[in-house]
Design a protein around this ligand. Structure first.
Ligand code: SF4
Length: 317
């Protein structure tokens, strides 16, 4: 298994004035394996997007290490990093906001080619754009139109075409379907899966609930208030979740079958996510955890491998 992107103990703090520090992500480690998908899940504000953006150096890490396809890019200067950036592209959450309303679809999709000076003529650029439009299920007749003329699902297809045009190896999918109608979500997920199989792409797929990423992920990482609290294969997470927070997230997924629903042990999470400016000491989840013990308020639970690569950070284990 080839490692495409490895982050080790990645930490990102933002100083927000008056001595206050946002602990957006702390000590997060994971590996993206070539051709596979790591789903990163957690409530809004838990640091998933910050981890992803720091892992590709859109934000400078406070500490930790980042290895991209065998190269340590942690401290690499941005000029040296630029050609390597072509390997990683992003698909954003909100196709309404992420596409420039004043640009034609052709210019939106061609933008990365211009930024990286990839093509040498207009016709070469047009050919590539038309090819990508075809691959995402649109046509060359759409190239001259503007993003606002398209539906949400079509706009996300345009976003995917833009992400693919530099032939990247890794795609960060930052909640790519959560702004779309349920009926469209499966189409976009299927399109992403098709490209993954065809081009052996590696995905980091960010979502705020576990129901969305079950069918796209090989591995799932669960984040809570800037920390990775559980990391395991998709089967381990859904069949044998260990961390009380993961159990709570799973408990909130509706089960259509009433018999199955009655069997489920309820483990709902109460209360609000604490502020990342003053995260609780010890286990950050202790203010909401139904299994809290005295040690949880004082001692940070270390990450422990429970076997088969199933990592959990909780004093119960
Ligand atoms: Fe709950 Fe304690 Fe485990 Fe944290 S360490 S999840 S508070 S049992």
């Amino acid at each position: 298994m080839k490692s495409m992107l490895e982050v080790q103990n990645l930490t990102k703090h933002f100083h927000v004035g008056k001595g206050r520090v946002v602990h957006a992500c702390d000590d997060v480690s994971f590996t993206l394996v070539k051709g596979a998908t790591l789903g990163l899940v957690g409530e809004s504000g838990c640091g998933k997007s910050t981890v992803a953006r720091t892992a590709i150096r859109l934000y400078e890490p406070t500490s930790g290490r980042i290895i991209l396809d065998g190269t340590d890019i942690t401290n690499m200067d941005q000029k040296t990093l630029k050609p390597l950036r072509k390997k990683i592209q992003m698909v954003f959450q909100d196709p309404y906001a992420s596409l420039n309303a004043r640009m034609t679809v052709r210019d939106i999709i061609a933008e990365p080619l211009r930024a990286h000076k990839v093509t040498s003529s207009k016709s070469e650029t047009d050919d590539l754009v038309n090819e990508l439009l075809k691959q995402v299920g649109l046509g060359s007749e759409h190239a001259r139109r503007y993003a606002h003329e398209f539906s949400g699902g079509q706009r996300q297809r345009i976003g995917i075409a833009r992400a693919l045009i530099l032939q990247p190896e890794i795609i960060i999918c930052d909640e790519p379907i959560s702004a779309l109608d349920v009926s469209i979500q499966a189409q976009v997920v299927n399109l992403l899966r098709e490209f993954q199989l065809e081009k052996r792409l590696t995905y980091l797929f960010i979502a705020h609930d576990l129901s969305m990423i079950r069918y796209v992920s090989d591995q799932v990482g669960v984040m809570y208030l800037g920390r990775l609290v559980e990391l395991a294969s998709v089967d381990q997470i859904y069949k044998e979740p260990l961390h009380p927070y993961t159990k709570g997230l799973l408990s909130s997924i509706p089960i259509p079958n009433p018999t199955e629903a009655r069997k489920r042990v309820k483990s709902e999470i109460s209360g609000d996510l604490p502020s990342p400016i003053a995260p609780p000491p010890g286990c950050r989840f202790h203010t909401r955890c139904p299994y809290k013990m005295p040690i949880c308020e004082e001692v940070l639970p270390p990450e422990k491998d429970q076997g088969d690569g199933h990592m959990v950070a909780c004093h119960l284990y």
